[in-house]
Design a protein around this ligand. Sequence first.
Ligand SMILES: Cc1ncc(COP(=O)(O)O)c(C=O)c1O
Length: 365
Amino acid sequence: MTRIQDLVTPGLLLDLDVLDANLARMAARARALGVALRPHIKTHKCVEIAQRQKALGADGLTVSTLYEAKVFADHGFTDITWAFPVVINRIAEAAALADRITLRLVVDSAEAVNELERTGHHFHVFLKVDCGYHRAGMDPHSTPALDVVRRLAASRTLAFDGILTHSGHSYHGKSPAEICGVAEQERSVMVEFAEHLRKEDIKVRAVSVGSTPAMSQVVNLHGVTEARPGNYAFYDYTQVILGSCALQDVALTLQASVVSAQPGTNHAVIDAGALSLSKDLGSELAPRHTMGEIYENYAAHTLRDDVRVVSVSQEHGVIAGPLPVGTRVRIVPNHSCLTAAQFDEYVVVRGDDVVDRWKIWRERD
Ligand SMILES: Cc1ncc(COP(=O)(O)O)c(C=O)c1O
């Protein structure tokens, strides 16, 4: 059997037992909170992992690109939310996919509704709501938001599915208590808006929320129907710092090796730069600047104090601290979703043994 130390670098290691524990824990958590789980698969882009999520009771999937929607439809997933403001020039492709599966689209503009209606095609459509993150989504207290919902509810071709939001600002919470507050804000903004719409006799089938930090801290999802966390499958160093998980819950690590260490310098270079780790800076709450912490002992869940990745260029990663050429390092990434998206496959491991290899569907068209 192949062992981790026999692999070429750089490569992604996916700890199967940790992954399975993460998937089971979030499935149980969603059940306990009384909401359906519709995992965001942009984190892993992997059919084998989505199948495990489905086996644990996931009600459909969430994707961020039409490519992901097509791939997972081709692999037997029949209820998919494309949780991204609909890309108008891809509506024809979306229509073709919506003929094969239940595809749920998201809008946050009158322009997008116009274009969807113009096709005459039957689409399921969510309104995207801004619950405080202020990225995309309509202000639920605004007249334009009400107008869009009224149009969706009255449309002869579009089916109004409900309201959807993403609490991305949970990543800026300064403590688990603050993140819990963001989760409650997300819930209350959405539930109040749904109640307002119901008073107008508008049927709001789904109230959809979700981010991994919020789902990790929330205590009450009363009035919410589904949650869409994604990162929880792997977690990462950011989630450790935010308190969503412990270091031993991080399922995805990167194996790299030292390729250069010049005498008289106090740094080493590894074969994992931005195209392995991404340039994600991680959480503002991290105790020190890091582009990737390095394990001292993976099985004992300890990190090295003396060395870490401090900068990345395209393929070079720079480690502060001396390490001899040839040394293998195992790195916990700042952001597992972006790291996974750089690779073609997961090397699935149990302990030091390679037990499988799973494709990452990371193309875009
Ligand atoms: C619309 C939407 N829903 C859900 C998620 C999942 O959030 P997380 O990655 O924190 O689990 C994201 C992540 O960016 C998102 O953009």
